[in-house]
Design a protein around this ligand. Structure first.
Ligand code: FAD
Length: 354
């Protein structure tokens, strides 16, 4: 028998394990069933800014530290009906039934949903349907073109070669990458200034966990509240109640105001946590001490100024695509829109080369 050339599978690397790449993976899997899909994220788990954090003391209760609920306008309910139906059918989304005090009125026909298993379950759902090789603790720091392949390296020392690479980290983090990304951003002034115009708010979040039976309430028995007259705290939710689960040990999420987030963005979470805790105690003096507190800094929280023209994604070079909510808007529909345009670009590129 003569020697045979090994058949090389087309390999696509998705960098970032948030919602945009989860949906990108799921759509790519349908479009290109035989492509090898690999996802790398620097974090320890799935979700990105749709993060759900577990209480390390019981491993059961959790809080959503980033996105809180999903709001679908009539336009997006229609445009993305297949996604909503899939998530509702799988029990990932359920209608918001509790009251959120001070919620911005987005029109009476906007549908609001909660995630009974936590908001990261949306991301995990799409990752699962993408059937990808998912690796955490992979912080990409260098991407280089070699022939028509992309060599990607991580801070931790992993290195591999791919036919196409998709990056969905918040836009300012692209400027930390060495290799072709850096060269492209240095040489293309228009692209560089468009990327520099993408801006995000900053916030801190606290996740507070309590003993079962702890009496944690907001006034008028609401599940969550936007606070308008405080400089530190902007939003508070009793997470299990917000998700429609009125059992188990209570957990609370607190988001700071954007001005507070901006003022303290260069501080450490260890320094900022006691300041927010002090405010929680002032605003809710009757609450008992939490048994565990997690503090999260969102340096890049929600997009306040998106990439000009909202293209959904931008191709930096053949087979190197950047996307995410910075190219649309910060919510589930924005991520789906970005994922759809990423998939169009990647599929077109790979089909051209095959
Ligand atoms: P991300 O979720 O940011 O994913 C990017 C991923 O890239 C991250 O997991 C990160 O770890 C990874 N990464 C970064 N750099 C690297 C690297 N060099 N190598 C490897 N991995 C890397 N949306 C709503 O719909 N409803 C809400 O109520 C809502 N509230 C919000 C409240 C807060 C406080 C925040 C922070 C966000 C909120 N959002 C809300 C917005 C929503 O969470 C985002 O729009 C969405 O999660 C963005 O997803 P993404 O995949 O584009 O980016």
């Amino acid at each position: 028998m003569g020697s045979q050339e090994p058949i090389m599978m087309t390999r696509v690397l998705l960098v970032g394990g948030g919602l945009t790449n989860a949906v990108t993976g799921s759509l790519l899997r349908r479009e290109l069933p035989h492509v090898e899909l690999i996802l790398w994220d620097k974090a320890r788990g799935a979700g990105g800014r749709m993060a759900t954090s577990r209480n390390p003391q019981d491993g059961k209760t959790s809080v959503d530290l980033g996105a809180q609920y999903i709001s679908a306008t009539p336009e997006y309910s229609k445009l993305h009906s297949a996604y909503y139906e899939e998530l509702i059918g799988a029990g990932i989304l359920a209608p918001l039934t509790s009251h959120i005090e001070g919620m911005r009125e987005t029109g009476e026909h906007t549908n609001h949903y909660v995630t009974p298993q936590g908001v990261s379950s949306i991301v995990k759902h799409f990752m699962k349907s993408a059937n990808m090789d998912v690796r955490y603790g992979h912080h990409v720091n260098r991407i280089d073109l070699s022939g028509n392949k992309w060599n990607v390296e991580t801070k931790e020392g992993a290195a591999d070669t791919f036919d196409a690479v998709v990056l969905t980290m918040p836009v300012p983090q692209l400027f930390g990458l060495a290799g072709t990304v850096k060269d492209t951003l240095e040489n293309d002034e228009k692209l560089r200034s468009s990327l520099l115009s993408v801006d995000y708010s900053s916030r801190y979040a606290l996740g507070l966990f309590y003993d079962e039976g702890a009496d944690i309430k907001l006034k008028n028995e609401v599940s969550a509240e936007y606070i308008t007259n405080d400089s530190v705290i902007r939003f508070v939710a009793i997470d299990n109640k917000k998700r429609g689960l009125d059992n188990g040990a209570p957990s609370v999420v607190v988001h700071t105001s954007v001005p507070f987030g901006k003022a303290y963005v260069e501080e450490t979470t260890d320094d900022v946590k006691p300041l927010i805790m002090k405010k929680v105690q002032e605003l809710f003096p009757e609450w008992p001490e939490p048994t565990y507190v997690k503090c999260q800094k969102w340096r890049f929280s929600q997009v306040t100024s998106a990439y000009p023209g909202l293209p959904g994604c931008v191709s930096l070079a053949d087979g190197l695509v950047i996307g995410g909510d910075g190219f649309t808007h910060s919510n589930m529909d924005g991520c789906i829109e970005s994922a759809k345009s990423i998939v169009d670009v990647v599929v077109q590129y790979l089909k051209k080369g095959s």
